[in-house]
Write a new protein. Structure first.
Length: 236
């Protein structure tokens, strides 16, 4: 059964908009009639920028680990479009392969910055505007955040942090701003296929399917839902 949403007249900001999941989320909001603003470190003319026809969004090239830049982008979005209704925190990455005692501090700091600090700063500076619109924020945690594991402890810790921050934002904004997260496992992206060519790609989840869940969590259909971490890992 096809599911559709109507975000006409609403403004959505998507971080990591040039990646596989970020571009799918942007497409979902565009298809639903929203004005979409997108943030990424990667410029639209890069081969790594996966969103087709980036002219359809209001794009900001920015490092969202820089609080001053985050504040500037939020102000620019609100000044240009009159407000903000939805924040989709997609920016993030994976690093792993080493046990904790062999993991460099630089790797720890990098993952904390990209996966957790960007979500924290974007949410922090979006919240005043989301309160005005009684909007929603949805972020990306991970199935692996639910337990410890060998070789990617820091990644798991950052994604657990996303879950806890989400729950805290939901608690602090009860009745005003809804905050939820999704928990994918392996997403079917070009990078993951390149990294794991021998895996069973058929059990991986399409980014568009995850984007639909994120759109749902921002929609009126999910009004009773806040503080949730929603599994989106299918059979993976």
């Amino acid at each position: 059964m096809a599911v559709s949403f109507d975000f006409s007249g609403d403004v959505a900001l998507v971080t990591g908009v040039g990646g596989a999941l970020g571009s799918a989320v942007a497409e979902a909001f565009l298809d639903a009639g929203a004005t979409v603003c997108g943030v990424d470190l990667v410029a639209p003319d890069s081969e790594d920028f996966l969103l087709a026809n980036p002219d359809r969004i209001d794009f900001y090239q920015a490092d969202f680990t820089d609080e001053e830049r985050v504040a500037d982008v939020m102000d620019s979005v609100v000044d240009a479009h009159g407000g903000l209704d939805y924040l989709a925190n997609i920016a993030g990455t994976w690093r792993g392969g080493d046990p904790v005692h062999e993991t460099d501090a630089d790797t720890f700091e990098f993952l904390m910055a990209v996966n957790l600090k960007t979500m924290f700063l974007a949410t922090k500076h979006a919240l005043p505007h989301l309160r005005d619109s009684e909007g929603a924020v949805v972020s990306v945690s991970s199935r692996s955040s639910l337990e410890g594991g060998s070789g990617d402890a820091i990644y798991r810790a950052t994604k657990a942090g996303v879950r806890i921050l989400t729950e805290s934002v939901a608690e602090e904004n009860l009745g005003t701003v809804r905050a939820n997260a999704v928990m994918p496992s392996v997403i079917d992206t070009p990078m993951n296929r390149e990294m794991m060519p021998d895996a069973d790609h058929d059990v991986w989840v399409d980014p568009a399917d995850i984007a639909s869940v994120m759109a749902f969590l921002c929609s009126d259909a999910a009004v009773p839902t806040s503080g949730a971490a929603v599994p989106v890992y299918g059979e993976a």
